[in-house]
Design a binder for this molecule. Structure first.
Ligand code: AMP
Length: 584
């Protein structure tokens, strides 16, 4: 059996790990880093870039570069490039495919199985979308696991003493807090809370706004209207933020940033850590409430916490570490790498799913992992009320059922409206599915007995069924949210991805021939110029014709559509030009 890889599919960066000699190791990305930017780009010549190379060209190719796609998972967002529409699942699949390839290069064999992590606050649709992305990338996703749970798992392996732990995870785009109990061979998630739209990107935005405001005051020019300048500012803002995690001030210099009245203007400002902390103080404060909620849901006080773990790159910000200290009264543990522990936990889980036990360091017992539902699940009943079936933080996997009845005499059909959220009224919660149970046995109102059951598997994925106990007639849900990809769309995307992978070889060849041809064209142009009027007329004519033929082929070539024949044609045109140009 092949190895199972653990993937932390992050908003900003992704990380992949595998178990080697019983310990999780991080697999380096194609460009050598331990994490891979979660960025996909479509270059103008039809090439698809993923990771560091995509991130690097984002500034010059902003409208064909997709960043933070995770924020769109489970929504009907899409991006259109060269007439083709890409959904979040398809873009995420491109990142996953790159991670799969990196893992294959590292391990030296094909990888087909993975465990992928998601924020604890992801709802059913977002989890399913993540699973679909894995499938499109050619991975059998054995399990979807919550990121904090995964971090705790890698932590639990190293430190098995019984205790309650808080995992404070602030990444690029999402914030999660979990309270976890580690003890006697069991890791149990007691509570989770968080904010799907809070992360390092928001901190970057504050610096970007500050730069734009200062720039306006100084030069009376609106930087926000200059798209490419803004991209450079955004890049610089992130660098500055990171620098301010270890130094008291950061100097931001961007030469030739934009033009004001036809004159080039440079940016040269200094941001101090104190000013930065002022700019982001409300963002830092916003993490306090989820921390309090998680503690109260877990029914513990901060004093009962054994340890606080920091996960996610943004926890390197000193102001964040300060608020964690203030809220918990604990010094956060730093002996765990915040960028890598989530992926490592997933690799550990992957290995256990293959039958390799995880053994707690202190007790020597196998560890058992219990995860929880992040939000309450209900169905809509009379008067638009959301009637709870499953409370938030129920341990997974789980099954729970309740008996309902009809409100009208001889009612034949009931609609089951499945909701997710904590609000008492149906309309204030998120609809995650709707279906009808038909053919209920005719009876006065309130007589039929309809059993509604909620089943959540270990991935946190929900199935709802309704059964008329009188007739045994049963109907179960297919989540009908528009945001989900249909089976057909998934298959189509899988085919596309496979076709794209199959084309990789030919694209590589085309790229080589293109590069060589472009070099040759430049040299031939130059030689024509140098030879000037002393050249044989016929030779000049021949070279010019060969240049024109090759240039046409080079211009026409699109790497995403290139065929074997086109590559061959370009090769032969190149050889012909080489021959004629040698006569110059
Ligand atoms: P993650 O999603 O865990 O990879 O976190 C990525 C986020 O962490 C991005 O917003 C990064 O800018 C941020 N980050 C990484 N390193 C640092 C650092 N040294 N100081 C502040 N933020 C950082």
């Amino acid at each position: 059996m092949g190895k199972v890889i653990g993937i932390d599919l992050g908003t900003t960066n992704s990380c992949v790990s595998v178990i080697e000699n019983n310990v999780p190791v991080i697999i380096p990305g194609a460009s050598g880093g331990m994490t891979t930017p979660s960025v996909v780009a479509f270059t103008k010549n039809g090439e698809r870039l993923v990771g560091e190379s995509a991130r690097r060209q984002a500034v010059t190719n902003p409208d064909r570069t997709v960043c933070s796609v995770k924020r769109h998972m489970g929504t009907n967002w899409s991006v259109k490039v060269d007439g083709q529409e890409y959904k979040p699942q398809t873009v995420s699949a491109m990142i996953l495919r790159q991670l799969k390839k990196d893992a294959e290069d590292f391990i030296g064999e094909e990888v087909t199985e993975a465990v992928i992590t998601v924020p604890a606050y992801f709802n059913d649709i977002q989890r399913q979308a993540t699973k679909d992305a894995g499938r499109i990338a050619g991975l059998n996703v054995k399990r979807i696991i919550n990121e904090p749970t995964s971090a705790a798992l890698s932590y639990g392996l190293n430190h098995g003493e019984a205790q309650k732990v808080m995992v404070y995870d602030l990444g690029g785009g999402t914030f999660d807090v979990s309270v976890i109990e580690i003890g006697d061979g069991v890791i149990e998630v007691l509570a989770t809370a968080g904010d799907n739209h809070l992360g390092g990107d928001d901190f970057d935005d504050r610096i970007v706004d500050w730069i734009a405001r200062n720039f306006k005051a100084e030069h009376r020019a609106d930087l926000t209207k200059d798209f490419s300048a803004m991209q450079r500012v955004r890049d610089a803002a992130e660098r500055t933020k990171k620098e301010l995690s270890s130094s008291g001030s950061s100097h931001i210099i961007l030469p030739y940033l934009t033009q004001v009245k036809g004159e080039p203007v440079h940016l040269d400002v200094t941001l101090t850590r104190a000013k930065f902390e002022e700019l982001v103080s409300d963002l830092v404060e916003r993490t306090a409430e989820p921390v309090r909620n998680a503690l109260s849901d877990a029914k513990i006080t901060p004093a009962q916490l054994g340890r606080v773990l920091l996960v996610g790159g943004s926890t390197r910000i000193p102001a964040i570490q300060d608020i964690v200290r203030r809220l918990t009264g604990k010094e956060p543990s730093k002996n765990i790498n915040p960028d890598e522990c989530v992926a490592k936990g997933a690799a550990i889980l992957g290995s256990t799913l293959q039958g390799n036990a995880i053994v707690a360091a202190d007790t020597g017992k196998d560890l058992l992992l219990l995860d929880v539902t992040p939000m309450s699940l209900s169905i809509e009943t009379v008067g638009g009320v959301a009637t709870r079936i499953l409370e938030r933080n129920s341990t997974l996997p789980t099954r729970y059922s309740k008996i309902f009845s009809t409100v009208m005499p001889y009612q034949k059909t009931v609609e089951i409206h499945v909701l997710q959220g904590e609000r008492p009224m149906a309309k204030d919660n998120k609809t995650i599915g709707k279906f009808r149970l038909k053919g209920i046995k005719g009876a006065p109102a309130g007589v039929p007995q309809i059993e509604v059951a909620f089943d959540i598997d270990a991935n946190g994925i929900l199935k709802v069924s309704a059964k008329d106990l009188a007739t045994g007639r049963e109907q179960s849900i297919t989540i009908t949210a528009n945001d989900r990809m249909t089976e057909e769309e998934i298959r189509q995307a899988m085919d596309d991805a496979q076709r794209y992978a199959g084309q990789d070889g030919i694209r590589r060849e085309a790229m080589e021939v293109l590069n060589e041809s472009q070099g040759l064209l430049a040299r031939a142009d130059q030689s024509l110029k140098n030879a000037g009027k002393y050249m044989d007329k016929n030779v000049r004519k021949e070279v010019k014709a060969d240049i024109s033929r090759l240039r046409k082929l080079v211009t026409k070539c699109r790497l995403d559509q290139v065929t074997d024949e086109q590559v061959e044609e370009m090769r032969s045109a190149r050889a012909q030009l080489e021959a004629s140009a040698s006569k110059l």
